[in-house]
Structure formats: C-alpha cells, structure tokens
Design a binder for this molecule. Structure first.
Ligand SMILES: Nc1ncnc2c1ncn2[C@@H]1O[C@H](COP(=O)(O)OP(=O)(O)O)[C@@H](O)[C@H]1O
Ligand SMILES: [Mg+2]
Length: 398
C-alpha cells in the first residue's frame, strides 16, 4: 500500500502565497508509485480544506470559488493509533470519514507553520511529520533565540541588540544609546520572527532608526538591530538530514537589486520578469549556482551550515543564509530557514539529487524519527489513583 502523505500548506502568514507555490511544486515531485498525496490547504482564516482542485495553481486566482468546491476538514485521532481526515462539519447524511494519513508534510513558510506551532499540533496527534520538530522550528524562526544559541556555541554571527517594542516606547533614549555603543551606523532593523524581508529596513542615523523601529513594530513586539554589512555577498547553503547525519548542498550566491533583498527580489526574480516569476517560487530569484566564492569559502560555509543545522536539532531540509563581509573577508550566519522556499530543491539538483529523491528522503526521515520516538517512554504504567495512601483528596502532601 502507498504511504499517505498529507501536504499541509497555505497558512496564517505573510508568506501564504509562497507556501502554495512551494507546496504544489513539491507535490509534482513526489514519487506516485510510493506516495499518495492528500492536499491540506489552510486558508488565511485558519480553515482546513482538501480536494483535487487545490492541486492546480491556476485555481487560486478565484480563491472563493476554489474553496466552495473544496471540502472543509479536520484531523482527528482514530483507532489503532491512526490519524484520520474527516469532513467538518459532519454531513447530515453519509459519513464524515475521508481517510487515514500516515505522515504529514508541512510546507508553510513563516508564522504558525515554520515556527513550531503546527509541529506541536502534529506531535499531539502523534502524526509523524517531515522537517524540524517544535524546538528547532521555533528557535530557527526567532532571530533572537537563534542568535543566542549560535553565539553561545561560537558560530559567527553579527553583533546585535534586541528589545521589545514596549521597552522602546518606554525608554527610547537608553536603547538608542545602547545601540550606538554596541553597533555603529548604518544598522539593519528587523522584526525577530517574520520572513521574506517584511518589516526590515536600514538606518543610517537616529532619525532613520526611529522610523525603522516603528516599521518593525507594526509587525511584531520583538525587534533586532544588527550591524549592517555594507560590502557583502549573500550566500545560501541547504542542509539535509537530522541530528545523526546531515549533508550540505552546493552554495548559491543571491543577487539582489536593492541593498535589502526584497520580497520582490526573492519571488519574482527582480524587476524584469515579474509576470513569470511569481508562479515559480524561490528558484526564480537572481542567483548564481554554484556561488563563485572559491573552494575554501564554499567548504567553510558548508561546514558552518551543517553545524548550525545540527546545533538546533533540525531535521529534513533547511537553508542557512550567510553574508560574506567582503571588507573583512569574513563569513557570518544571517539566518536559518527551516522550511525554505521551494524546499531548496534547486541546490540539491546540482549535487545529483533530483527533486523526487529529495521529497522521498524527507518523508523517510520523518518515518525514521517516528520509529525512534516509538522506542521512547512517554508514560509510566502505574495507576497512581489506585494506591491506598492517596485517599482523602490530600494528594501527595502527607
Ligand atoms: N546585517 C545585515 N547587513 C546587510 N544586509 C542585511 C543584514 N541583515 C539582513 N540584510 C538584508 O536583508 C535581507 C533580509 O534579511 P533576513 O535577516 O534574511 O530576513 P528574512 O527573515 O525576512 O529573510 C537579507 O537577505 C539581506 O539582503
Ligand atoms: Mg532571509
């Protein structure tokens, strides 16, 4: 029997549309002799849908019509430790049961999908899933938590200052002082937990800093300010595997049309090819593969990439983004993306791993983790309530 894979996409994130593109691409590259794909689309209002029509990107132009033709669903626990898909609400006539799911494949970028929230839900259902677990997802998503861990392990990251927007509102002056003492202008201001360059801007003086923090505060309460690398090369490297074994892909050099690689640069291939790029996902970005940075830098980046992946306890495929400060000739980790755009397949193809093999390995890693989990004990087989000294409602206080 084929393994039933529920690909979960869409979601409540500024990267909703990108997720749809990444997911439909991945579905086209799953081995249909081994896997049966069940699309699970989460709308922006958090309703879950399934249905064949969700598999065609053109249908999303008329989203309302598409959702009317699709089936609202929920996941629930079935017998024998299974997870089932049911129509929701239960139909007045006929059954609600649609089928069983063996493994989930989350392809949602950003909030609620890449940050551990969805992963926690799947854990509670005991449904095996592709990719990072709760902790690695959430630390990977939060730029502050990620920086703390990397700094603690001696991995190269840029100097930074972080704060909550309420602290900024209450005592802006001392935060400005702290920023100016720790870093020098220009600086980059970012929301701690978004993606796709949303809410990020550069500040060359205190007035611009104020504006930049205000912009970032529109999106989040946790803000990071870091040193701006002015003369840089952006290089990304993907890592595939888990805590036991992981390998690095080829590196790519990303070419932006602006100082800060924008949402448009990333998904529409810069200015010129906006029409065709939007449906292609991440691989349409202006990029050079492999990055022309020499063998030594390539190896250095690949090594740091694998370390930063395993240090967070990642699983599946991640993409680690680097900045090379050309002035200092130094490599810095910018961030890790635990569900990268297009799952970074275009970095694996040049290593001789076709997209179909990548999705296959990802699903197999998920099943491996589940087998390992099943050997662990999550409960202790004793009935505390049947013990005689627990009577009288006093609990353990004696
Ligand atoms: N410290 C920095 N110096 C120079 N450019 C930066 C710096 N941090 C980010 N950028 C630019 O902004 C882009 C987005 O920042 P990033 O931290 O990757 O946020 P996101 O999670 O939104 O992708 C980067 O790809 C890079 O072009
Ligand atoms: Mg980025």
């Amino acid at each position: 029997m084929k393994t039933r894979v529920a690909v979960i996409f869409g979601g409540v994130s500024v990267e909703h549309e990108v997720s749809v593109i990444s997911a439909l691409q991945a579905i086209q590259h799953m081995d249909d002799t081994k896997y049966e794909v069940i699309p699970l689309y989460i709308s922006k209002d958090r309703t879950w849908y399934t249905g064949e029509d969700l598999l065609d990107i053109d249908n999303y132009k008329d989203l309302k019509g598409l959702l009317q033709r699709s089936q609202k669903v929920i996941l629930s626990r079935g017998g024998n430790n299974s997870v089932e898909l049911h129509k929701d609400p239960k139909p007045r006539f006929g059954k609600s049961y649609i089928g069983e799911i063996d493994v989930a494949f989350p392809i949602i970028h950003g909030t609620f999908g890449e940050d551990g929230v969805l992963q926690g839900y799947l854990e509670l259902l005991n449904l095996p899933y592709v990719g990072c677990d709760v902790l690695s997802s959430s630390t990977g998503m939060d730029k502050v938590a990620m920086k703390h861990i990397y700094r603690d392990s001696g991995l190269p990251i840029l100097d930074y200052v972080w704060f909550y927007s309420t602290e900024w509102n209450e005592d802006q002056d001392s935060l400005v002082k702290k920023i100016e003492n720790t870093l020098s202008y220009p600086v980059i201001v970012k929301p701690a937990n978004l993606g796709s360059s949303v809410g990020i801007s550069k500040a060359a003086n205190v007035d611009e800093l104020e504006e930049a923090v205000e912009l970032a505060s529109e999106f989040t309460t946790k803000i990071v300010v870091e040193k701006m690398v002015q003369n840089m090369t952006e290089v990304n490297c993907s890592v595939l595997g888990d805590y036991e074994a992981a390998e690095a892909s080829v590196c790519e050099e990303v070419l932006g049309s602006d100082e800060i690689l924008s949402y448009e640069d990333k998904y529409t291939g810069g200015g010129a090819s906006k029409d065709s790029g939007a449906s292609k996902g991440m691989e349409s970005t202006n990029r050079v593969i492999p990055a022309e940075i020499g063998e030594e830098k390539t190896r250095e980046i690949q090594e740091i990439a694998v370390k930063s992946f395993q240090l967070l306890g990642c699983s599946g495929v991640s993409r680690i983004d680097f900045m090379i400060d050309k002035g200092e000739d130094k490599v810095y980790i910018n961030e890790i993306n635990t569900i990268p755009g297009s799952l970074s397949f275009y970095l694996w193809e040049p290593t001789g791993k076709p997209y179909k093999q990548l999705t296959d390995e990802l699903i197999q890693l998920a099943l491996k983790r589940q087998r390992e989990r099943e050997k662990l004990m999550f409960s202790i087989d004793s009935n505390l309530f049947s013990m005689s000294n627990l009577s009288g409602g006093k609990g353990s206080k004696k």
